[in-house]
Design a protein. Structure first.
Length: 238
């Protein structure tokens, strides 16, 4: 599932289908920062004439997640929500404006990834995902995994334990949402074509889910004890 193909263009997020014609458009949105510097994410509305920081201008360090905000737009913007990133709490643009079609009221996460000091495929950019909060079986949790590691790493395969759950995932792509038993919680990421038992996986981490959890798991550069995976519980009550 490819969420990002560049900047300054319309992206239809994940499983969303089409845009509607209502007069008011709302979305509950939080932000995650996975670039190599402090970043703030701004929502643009009223055709770009107005804007609001998703962090109340506090910014996000690497790995931090903002509180959720309900965003409301009228039909001047429709259900196309625009965001851009600035360096720290400055007004210097770090990530150009990117638009996402949020075709229904739901919870969404806008996330930054890449590097601010790079103008190639690794350049910092924005992605977005809709939180799938459909009912989960009582003995399971739900996870979606994002390849946001290194652009020149190439395609990767993803295993949960010894079972391959995604293959040939490109930079910027995601898996589908996976509903898994809570004891199946070891994520292993390898170069495409390698097996789960390779001596040098790209990322390896054990999640700590509880039944009913919804988790976002990002393959990214982290401290050694995190295994190059940052995960976030995004249930409404957490």
């Amino acid at each position: 599932m490819n969420l990002i193909k560049g900047l300054v263009f319309l992206v239809v997020v994940g499983v969303l289908a089409g845009c509607n014609d209502d007069d008011t458009y709302t979305a509950d949105v939080s932000a995650i920062n996975l670039v190599n510097s402090e970043v703030d994410v701004y929502w643009q509305f009223e055709k770009g004439h107005e804007e609001m920081s998703l962090t109340d201008k506090n910014g996000l360090l690497f790995g931090e997640k903002s509180d959720e905000k309900m965003l409301v737009q009228d039909d001047s913007d429709g259900n196309v929500f625009a965001f851009y990133g600035v360096k720290g709490n400055s007004l210097e643009t770090a990530i150009e404006s990117t638009r996402f079609c949020f075709s229904e009221h739901a919870d969404y996460v806008v996330y930054t990834f890449g590097r601010l000091d790079n103008d190639s495929a690794q350049a910092a950019q924005l992605g977005a995902v809709k939180i799938n909060d459909d009912e989960i079986a009582s003995s399971k949790y739900r996870v979606i995994i994002f390849h946001t590691y290194v652009a020149d790493m190439g395609k990767v395969d993803i295993y949960v334990g010894d079972e391959k759950v995604a293959e040939n995932l490109e930079y910027g792509d995601t898996t589908d949402y996976l509903d898994l038993p809570i004891e199946r919680n070891e994520l292993i990421v390898v170069k495409a074509g390698q097996g789960a038992n390779t001596q040098n996986p790209i990322a390896k981490a054990t999640l700590s889910p509880q039944a009913g959890d919804i988790q976002l798991a990002y393959i990214t550069s982290t401290s050694e004890n995190e295994g190059n995976i940052k995960s976030y519980k995004v249930n409404k009550n957490q």
